[in-house]
Ligand binder design. Structure first.
Ligand code: FAD
Ligand code: EPU
Length: 330
């Protein structure tokens, strides 16, 4: 049974019946037909294999970056198996700006529309013009416009109506030549004369300082999503805790940092066997070595129960958890 440990950034010890990289649609479907149970993987930075997977893991290696330009924008058609950060670095190097706030996010280009990756004030949906792929049911090619992708916070149609139904083969980006830099988030506001190149460097610096490097301590980034609660619920919380941060979402809702809730409950630095709540960013759970899926589930459930009990907020995992038969819920 081949090991999956190096194929997911959390690095739990798990195996599958087969691991098959593919670089085109024909070989994808040929390999897929050999097993009744398959899991599609890019860089494995948002997927955690909690135990041995009883099926085949298919690794996307569809490559290629095609660049064209119009008077207004740089247009890119990118193979889903390309590395996300390398794409951002290539864009910045060539003066094709817009993606720089999303530097150093691990994983593949094909996964970026699935949860609409976001960081430092930018979500990738702003620059996606369409997503191409094939449906598992009839192998038909599709191209969805950004609107059809129904992007939201860590959300898209690929997590709902199309969940587990498609292979994304290419993502098309449109990077406007007149793009404005975004420096609204946190430390970026302090940049003097910000340029896309400076933002790229600064985002890398901040991320390296705050987030654990998966090569040192296995992790999958934020384990939970930041919860979005109704304004009246937020008002009740702020009456009780005058330091609770909140960011307006539309007119009726407020997004609360899950890191604050977890921090307030004293989880920072706490561990169950090999799984630890990261000391500088408690929204990230890490594998300090020898962790098991059971340890991770125990700590995650304890955090969820405590947040529910103290704040009446239900935390939802941001990561994908895979058990022996496929995706599972906590
Ligand atoms: P995988 O884990 O391989 O796959 C994720 C899901 O997408 C799975 O369900 C998989 O089946 C599906 N999938 C993958 N490729 C395809 C495809 N081609 N077609 C169809 N389905 C597919 N995310 C953010 O948004 N912002 C951040 O700032 C951020 N920071 C991170 C920091 C660290 C240290 C880590 C480890 C993760 C971070 N993440 C962040 C999460 C992660 O990097 C993103 O979700 C990324 O897009 C996942 O890409 P991947 O290729 O590794 O996905
Ligand atoms: N906070 C605390 N204690 C801490 C750390 C943070 O209370 O120890 C509070 C502070 O109020 C801080 C707030 O949490 O202002 C937000 O922290 P941070 O800026 O680190 O961002 P985040 O909300 O925890 C989100 C994304 C990250 C993304 C960053 C930067 C989610 C689930 N996570 O984290 O994405 O990189 O913003 O934009 O939305 C990921 O998805 O894997 C990920 C890492």
């Amino acid at each position: 049974m081949p090991s999956l440990q190096s194929y997911h950034t959390f690095g739990l010890s798990a195996s599958s019946q087969q691991i098959t990289p593919f670089s085109d649609i024909t070989s994808f479907f040929a390999a897929r037909s050999q097993y009744t149970s398959n899991y599609l993987l890019g860089g494995g930075s948002n997927t955690i294999f909690l135990k041995d997977f009883e099926g085949q893991v298919l690794i996307n290696r569809i490559l290629g970056i095609e660049h064209t330009e119009t008077a207004k924008a740089h247009e890119l058609r990118v193979g889903a198996g390309e590395n996300w950060h390398e794409l951002v670095a290539t864009c910045v190097k060539n003066g094709w700006y817009g993606l720089e706030n999303l530097a150093l996010i691990p994983g593949s280009v094909g996964a970026c529309p699935i949860q609409n990756i976001g960081a430092y004030g930018v979500e990738v949906e702003t620059f996606i013009s369409s997503v191409e792929g094939v449906a598992f049911s009839d192998k038909a090619h599709f191209e969805l416009s950004a609107q059809q992708c129904q992007f939201g916070y860590r959300d898209s149609v690929f997590k709902h109506d199309l969940a587990g139904e498609t292979l994304i083969t290419h993502v098309n980006f449109s990077l406007p030549k007149q793009n404005e830099v975004v420096t609204t988030y946190g430390e970026l506001a302090a940049l003097e004369s910000p340029t896309p190149d400076k933002i790229f460097e600064e985002v890398i610096r901040i991320r390296k300082a705050k987030l654990p490097d998966p090569a040192q301590f296995g992790n999958a980034g934020s384990f939970f999503k930041n919860p979005i609660i109704e304004n009246h619920h937020y008002a009740v919380l702020s009456n009780k805790y005058n330091d609770v941060p909140g960011y307006a979402v539309g007119t009726d809702h407020t997004k609360v940092p899950a890191a604050w809730l977890i921090d307030k409950l004293g989880f920072k630095g706490r561990a169950i066997n090999g799984v630890r709540c990261h000391p500088t960013q408690p929204l990230v759970l890490t594998n300090t070595g020898g962790a098991t899926g059971k340890d991770l589930v125990s700590l995650a459930r304890e955090i969820m129960l405590s947040v529910q009990g103290r704040f009446s907020i239900t935390l939802e995992p941001e990561v994908r958890l895979v058990g022996k038969e496929g995706l599972i819920e906590l």
